[in-house]
Design a protein. Structure first.
Length: 92
């Protein structure tokens, strides 16, 4: 699987974890130079609190377009520290 935005590869892996139709990429699959930490968070009743990243490519910013569960609830332990994408980031 590959996550791309604005012509850049943000993450690439053959070992994503699929939860609720979203591909979660393992930490070593991420191109961290395209991810900038955000203060945004959301809470999922069964996964826990998600933190977010802005996706940044050539100065263009896609705010809060990636999320991560650093301390997921037990039911979502398999996605700990994995990152998923939305908001126009193409995952194919």
């Amino acid at each position: 699987m590959k996550a791309t935005w604005n012509g850049a590869v943000i993450a690439e892996s053959d070992e994503t974890v699929v939860v609720e139709g979203n591909h979660y990429f393992p930490p070593d699959a991420l191109r961290r130079d395209h991810l900038r930490a955000s203060d945004h968070t959301t809470v999922c009743p069964w996964k826990g609190t998600a933190g977010y990243f802005d996706v940044v490519v050539d100065g263009d910013v896609n705010a809060n377009a990636a999320w991560i569960y650093r301390e997921p609830k037990e039911a979502a332990a398999e996605i700990r520290d994995h990152v998923a994408f939305w908001k126009g980031v193409e995952v194919s």
